[in-house]
Design a protein around this ligand. Sequence first.
Ligand code: SER
Length: 324
Amino acid sequence: MAKSEMNKILVTGATGQIGSELTIALREKYGNNNVVAAGHRRKPSEKLLSTGPYETIDVRDRESIEKVVREYGIDTIYHMAAILSATGEEKPLLCWDVNINGLYNILEIAREHNLRVFHPSSIAVFGPETPKENTPQDTILKPRTMYGITKVAGELLGEYYVRKFNVDVRGIRYPGIISSETLPGGGTTDFAVEIFYEAIKNKRYTCFVREDTVLPMTYMPDCIKGTIQLMEADFSKLKHHTDFNLTAMSFSAKELADEIKKHIPDFVCEYKPDFRQKIADSWPKSIDDSAAREEWGWKPDYDLEKMVKDMIEKLQKKHEAGLI
Ligand code: SER
């Protein structure tokens, strides 16, 4: 499909942490009415509703997706709907159902209607046997979480549709994503977002992982930039499709708290690890994303210092306006 034809987009999971900002960015780029936001349970924001079409979809219900695809003449789906790692450990069957059957529905619809698909993967595809530092692109994938298992299967299923049915499917292994618009829900890296809200509102945060927990992270503007960049890349030039490693920075929970303290000196962070510690411990500390850099030009703009400064400025303003 030529680039000029790609202009009717559906975003599933549009009320989620990434989907909500991705939808707005896509609307700005391709036109408000060309980007349909689809949510399920979470209430859509005023911004999402006022800037373009909104539909309710349960990705487990193929008919509900197909109806929207037909009605709007969709040619590209950003399939962001998913159950994340921590919720996945509490509700493993729901995680399998949404992440696997949901993706299968999307891929089948893409095959039948000749659509392009973006499907995010995650650092959760890695496990304790994977090299933890500078984790290679092609390495051991033996996750211990249901979420990770669905993401490995999702990468493979997407690649299967590429090779077997010639469907254009692409995906990134997102690290922890930090953002100021919509709170994440049910993830292990959520502490790196919650900490900002609590620092600004209460000057205290009880972190659910140990202070020495190091994880790879990326700031939302880079995440959005990279996602759209991958979707705009020449498909025939890509060697990988559904599983690009990607990162911008790595830091420990304490290093993040210390950086926040530079802006809010009386901020106090305590550490009380819960079941999510084990999940975090099974994931890499840093990522080798050279394939993404070489194949489609990934290059992040934000490091820890720049990200923290921007997050605090944005959330400070929201706090002053009584929005958080
Ligand atoms: N942020 C996600 C999670 O913690 C990782 O993909 O579940």
